[in-house]
Design a protein around this ligand. Structure first.
Ligand SMILES: Cc1ncc(COP(=O)(O)O)c(C=O)c1O
Length: 453
């Protein structure tokens, strides 16, 4: 019963796909919403009633902030920086553990991302390192509420005020989370959401929302969304571009599905939180791991359920080896755990080799030497070395909401606890490298055969 599958025992799960529900949960109302778009032939996205409705709903939900719907969270981040007048060569501070889009959006604005180490407990931007990284070129901070856990907003707002910095909240992973009773996304000058199909609030494909505090900022975002043009309500289109714009128009079908998903969102968030907290309560007995923390006065939405492993209790000091052993063992039990980000973002080649637009752009516009050496982010390295997120693919709510999944994972952890000497012996004989040392190096990707995520 308790013999580990990696060493010849029976695995707890034979079919990993049964551990998660399809994401997002869809119903007849979603189908009807898509059909409505077809029936109305509301295909263009420019002046679409679905998109206007979606913007209204977001505005109502987030304190009356101005909402602009775009076709991805990345586009929303780009629009955020344009709305805030971030200029070429300006520095924007961002956490060193996030999805790459937080950083590439800064490059889109020809601005320079400066990475800040993370807090070892909540995995969000480190308050201490944030102040240290401010220079006379810093114009804005992007905070990411990583994995649905709110960042320390009081401290961040204080620093932004003291140094006259604009604040962007990247809420891609955290819609529904609260800090001191207030929704994340309402603290910053602007905030951005991704509603792509794996997010807690998800549509059938891609979608992003930008929230701004002024109409002027919304106007700038709208111009960016449509080729730099100004399109006045009820007036003919002039076909004249006033500023650089992209085509970031949202598909009305995707807007329509967010509208139906919003009707269910609070209940779904509640269920995710109940299950996330249930898992946390059940994991408390294991002295060699740390489940995600919901600090007093905050609520998380568990977009990724990240567990930190620490075998000091045994005592065993090689944390990376221990984490890898747990990963191999649970994966052999059919209970996948994986990395989400295996290097501080600054270590990705686009930054470490300052590739971006080529010819040194945008860094040449800044003139300061920006160092992207990953060793500057010791907390991020420690977290990547010692943690794993729940599940094989997608985000964690699909796992948390699947009946029986939590208990199967707990059986896996129990097996590890019962076999700890064997687990540690296995960790010791592993051929181990830290995750950032095992990223394959390729000179180009043109011969690659792309897979499906
Ligand atoms: C923290 C964060 N920021 C930005 C994005 C980008 O959003 P999108 O994929 O909708 O462009 C994502 C997710 O994909 C994310 O997790």
């Amino acid at each position: 019963m308790m013999k580990l599958a990696l060493f010849g025992g029976n695995p707890i799960v034979r079919n990993h796909t049964r551990l998660r529900i399809d994401w997002p949960p869809v119903g007849d109302d979603d189908w009807r919403a898509i059909k409505r778009v077809f029936d109305n032939k509301d295909f263009s996205g420019r002046g679409s009633r679905e998109i206007i409705k979606l913007e209204e709903l977001f505005s109502n939900r987030f304190n009356g902030m101005y909402a602009t719907a775009l076709n991805s969270g990345t586009a929303a981040l780009h629009a955020a920086l344009i709305a805030l007048d971030i200029q070429p060569g300006d520095e924007v501070l961002i956490p060193s553990l996030t999805f790459v889009a937080t950083a590439t959006a800064v490059l889109y604005a020809l601005a320079v991302p400066v990475f800040v180490d993370i807090d070892p407990i909540d995995y969000n931007i480190s308050i201490k390192d944030l102040e240290r990284k401010i220079s006379n070129k810093t114009k804005a901070v992007i905070v990411v509420h990583l994995h649905g856990t709110p960042a320390k907003m009081d401290e961040i707002l204080k620093i932004c005020k003291k140094h006259n910095l604009k604040l962007v909240e990247d809420v891609a992973q955290a819609p529904g989370a609260t800090y001191k009773g207030k929704a994340v996304g309402t603290f910053g000058d602007v905030s951005t959401f991704s509603l792509m199909s794996q997010k807690n609030l998800a549509t059938c494909g891609e979608c992003g929302i930008l929230l701004t505090k002024t109409l002027e900022q919304k106007n700038k975002a709208e111009r960016l969304r449509i080729y730099g043009e100004i399109i006045n309500k009820n007036k003919p289109r002039i076909y004249s571009s006033y500023s650089l714009g992209w085509n970031y128009t949202l598909n009305p079908m995707q807007a329509a599905m967010v509208i139906t998903q919003l009707n269910k969102f609070d209940q779904l968030t509640h269920e995710i939180q109940v299950r996330g907290r249930e898992l946390t309560a059940k994991l408390k007995k294991y002295k060699w791991l740390q489940p995600p923390l919901e600090e007093l006065g905050t609520t998380s939405v568990f977009h990724f359920y990240r567990i930190k492993f620490n075998p000091n209790f045994y005592p065993y000091k090689k944390i990376g080896r221990f984490r890898k052993a747990i990963q191999d063992i649970l994966n052999a039990e059919g209970l996948n755990m994986r990395h989400y980000q295996n290097i501080p973002v600054s270590g990705q080649i686009i930054f470490s080799e300052k590739r971006a637009f080529g010819k040194g752009l945008p860094w040449v516009l800044n003139k300061r030497h920006i160092n992207y050496d990953i060793k500057q982010y010791p907390n991020t390295l420690d977290v990547i070395r010692s943690t794993l997120v729940l599940g094989a693919i997608s985000s964690s709510p699909g796992y948390l909401l699947c009946k029986g999944t939590i208990d199967k994972y707990i059986r896996g952890f129990e097996k590890i606890e019962k076999n700890m000497p064997e687990v540690i012996a296995y960790a010791d004989r592993l051929d181990y490298k830290d995750p950032w040392e095992t990223i394959p190096v390729t000179s180009d990707s043109f011969k690659a055969v792309y897979g499906i995520l």
